[in-house]
Design a protein around this ligand. Structure first.
Ligand code: HAS
Ligand code: CU
Length: 569
């Protein structure tokens, strides 16, 4: 690494008092431990679902812990999709911004978010493990769960927006006393836009919970309108995928280029990506409802165009991060078309994990484009193609990036040395290979029409073979991928908990590897200055969201369906 790269962009980072820093470290660690503990339970259940598709029904042996496939699937989705990312990103975004600005976050608010989410999580766990709420991660009514489930979900959602005021407060204090033209440092900027995107979109699912599902499950109302509920859910349910992804992008844009030994090639493109993700995410949720009744063909067509637009910022990311990695690889002596790629520091598990995660996003993104095309979605909707898609995206891009971050962050937080680089590398490669095999099988089986979310292994063997025999080869891949993922999980958690509990003490703490952007010593670009008007951009996003959803919900409110609850499992 060249000497100039070690020169930190100093002006923005005054030192924090040791006691303040330590208290931030403890809180960040608590967020990480809570989040990763949830993932541990969720990830251990996952392979059971993979084996289900291969026709192996292990649930009779798992009584009374997991009563059915659907209990397991609900726990898996809720812990991996909500609890794990919410805790990890709430810890990460605030911790990184505080460090970047050299300011102490408002601990009461930050920890308040933790307490609310933790309460919600306990309620959810009780409701799921007693088998009263096998409603899956989408909790579509009229499937009905216990009030504890919906109230727990409400609390979890509420606590997840806590980082927004914390980041705002940090930015406000940082701006105080600085010239009006100074722009928010990149990592804080990205964190803030992520949180605004989430706060706006969470209005959908919070309305569904507060106005429909909470009162309904408490017996205050007798019926519920499923289509309004689904529409409100997906208003949030699409942006949530970017709420998972954007913190991973924070690491890719904000840290990875430095970890790889180079620089970020464009700071304004990083800002633009985040703003586009916010604006485009909010109106497109109904692309999850291509097969639902009640939407006009014209609107479905518009949704396709909007969905292709939301892929744009990820394409910008592919080029910006790809080029930054190439820059790092060439600085490290890589030559030729691919030499830069092999010259990356592959022995650093944090870099290897994030680059492998980025590589899986190529297929993850491509399958997303298939889903986003209404005609093609007709073929793949509700088949295993879908879980194939999202295990490449959230299950690999996001989960692996978060894991990779812990490889440098846990030593920084605890002052302990990473338990084993080799084991960490093994975890990343096993996860990458396991998930690639698994997802290939799921995507492929989906093309044979194998349904997602189906306890196919409970069928009599003859029926299973008659229905799914043609998809035998992909189903074997699904099961093999699942088993590799078990191994990856064990390796990762040995490193994660091993470092926290038994890593060698007294390790000198490395500084947070904030990336330097090319040209960052000059004045900010016109684009970066324009994007500094966060309030206006948020207003624009709100208007786009209202314009997309008001007409739909208005038409649904004119013909309400009154459905009674169902408990099927
Ligand atoms: Fe999706 C369903 C469309 C991205 C997650 N998605 C889901 C579900 C989940 C999910 C969980 O339009 C299922 C929900 C359920 O339970 O029903 N998705 C898209 C599109 C994108 C997309 C267009 N999805 C994501 C991300 C997710 C995620 C990200 C999680 C984090 N998805 C859909 C649609 C459905 C859907 C429909 C509903 C379908 C249905 O029928 O129900 C796009 O944003 C994707 C854009 C991405 C790219 C890739 C860019 C590549 C990058 C890597 C570059 C590599 C580098 C390495 C730098 C265009 C950034 C260099 C190395 C070298 C070798 C060069
Ligand atoms: Cu979506």
């Amino acid at each position: 690494m060249s000497a100039s790269l070690d020169a930190r962009p100093v002006a923005i980072r005054p030192a924090l008092a040791a006691a303040t820093l330590n208290s931030q470290r403890r809180t960040t660690l608590a967020f990480l431990v809570a989040g990763f503990s949830a993932l541990l339970i969720g990830a251990l259940i996952g392979p059971l679902q993979a084996l289900n598709y291969a026709g192996l029904n292990l649930y009779p042996y798992l009584q009374p812990v997991l009563r059915t496939y659907y209990t397991g699937l609900t726990v898996h989705g809720v812990l991996n999709g909500y609890v794990f990312p919410f805790f990890v990103l709430s810890g990460l975004l605030v911790c990184l911004s505080g460090r970047e600005l050299g300011l102490a976050p408002n601990m009461t608010l930050w920890r308040g978010g933790f307490a609310i989410m933790a309460t919600g999580t306990v309620m959810l766990l009780l409701a799921m493990f007693d088998n009263s709420s096998s409603v899956l991660w989408t909790f579509y009514p009229p499937l009905e769960g216990s009030p504890l489930f919906y109230l727990g979900m409400t609390l979890l959602g509420l606590g997840s927006v806590a980082p927004l005021p914390v980041l705002h407060d940090l930015r406000r204090r940082w701006k105080r006393g600085r010239p009006a033209a100074s722009i928010t440092p990149l990592v804080t900027y990205m964190g803030l836009i992520t949180m605004w995107m989430w706060a706006l979109s969470a209005v959908g699912v919070m309305s569904e919970l507060l106005f429909q599902l909470d009162p309904w499950s408490l017996g205050l109302t007798r019926t519920v309108d499923p289509i309004i509920a689904r529409t409100l859910f997906w208003l949030t349910g699409h942006p949530i995928v970017y709420f998972w992804l954007m913190p991973a992008y924070v690491s890719w844009y904000g840290l990875l280029s430095r970890q790889a030994g180079g620089k970020l090639v464009s700071d304004p493109m990083a800002r633009l990506t985040f703003v586009l993700l916010m604006v485009f995410s909010l109106p497109v949720g109904s692309h999850h409802q291509f097969q639902d009744p009640g939407f006009s063909a014209v609107w479905r067509g518009i949704l396709v165009a909007l969905t292709m637009s939301v892929a744009l910022p990820s394409l910008i990311t592919a080029f910006t991060i790809g080029l930054s990695l190439e820059f790092a690889g060439r600085l490290r002596g890589g030559r030729g078309w691919f030499g830069w790629f092999t010259a990356l520091p592959w022995r650093d598990p944090s870099v290897a994990g994030q680059v492998l995660a980025a590589v899986s996003f190529i297929l993850g993104g491509a399958t997303g484009i298939v889903n986003g095309s209404w005609l093609l979605d007709n073929l793949v909707h509700n088949t295993t193609f879908l879980p194939g898609h999202f295990h490449l995206t959230v299950g690999t891009v996001v989960a692996m990036t978060f894991m990779s971050v812990t490889f440098w962050l846990i030593p920084e937080l605890t002052g302990r040395r990473l338990l084993s680089r080799r084991l960490a590398l093994a975890a990343m490669w096993l996860w990458f290979v396991g998930m690639s095999v698994f997802a290939t099988g799921m995507v492929w089986a989906g093309l044979y029409g194998v349904p997602r979310r189906a306890w196919v292994s409970a069928l009599p063997h003859s029926a299973y073979t008659a229905l799914y025999g043609a998809a035998h080869a992909p189903m074997v891949l699904v099961a093999a991928g699942g088993v590799l993922l078990w191994a990856a999980t064990l390796c990762f958690y040995a490193v994660f908990f091993g470092t926290i509990l038994a890593g060698r003490r007294g390790q000198a703490r490395e500084p947070v590897p904030f990336a330097e952007a090319l040209g960052s010593n000059g004045p900010p670009s016109a684009l970066a200055r324009a994007l500094e008007h966060v309030g206006l951009l948020v207003l624009l996003s709100l208007l786009v969201m209202v314009a997309a959803y008001l007409p739909i919900l208005w038409s649904f409110l004119g013909r309400v369906t009154e459905a009674r609850g169902w408990v099927v499992w």
